[in-house]
Design a protein. Structure first.
Length: 90
């Protein structure tokens, strides 16, 4: 059986929930807290571009500053490498 992809030693990635212009969202499992999460990663074709990295980081910071029942909460952000390519997550 194949090992699940793990980001930051904490999040196991499952199937893709959706794709957008610059990111993909995966069903994830936070192994530290034992809960289901959504993990948004910068698309591999954009992950090496510093301007897209900065834009993705700003998006996560903006979303984390919001608090409303209709807006998803941001619990964590970080950077990891998948297949030698930087991967930003939020």
């Amino acid at each position: 059986m194949e090992e699940p992809r793990r980001l930051g030693g904490r999040y196991e990635l499952g199937g893709v929930l959706g794709r957008g212009g610059m990111a993909e969202v995966y069903l994830g499992h936070d192994i530290r807290l034992g809960r289901a999460v959504a993990v948004k990663t910068l698309r591999a074709d954009m992950a090496r571009d510093p301007s897209f990295q900065a834009r993705f980081r700003r998006e996560a910071q903006s979303a984390a500053s919001l608090n409303h029942p209709s807006i998803v909460a941001v619990y964590d952000t970080g950077e990891d490498y998948i297949d030698g390519c930087p991967s930003r997550t939020s």
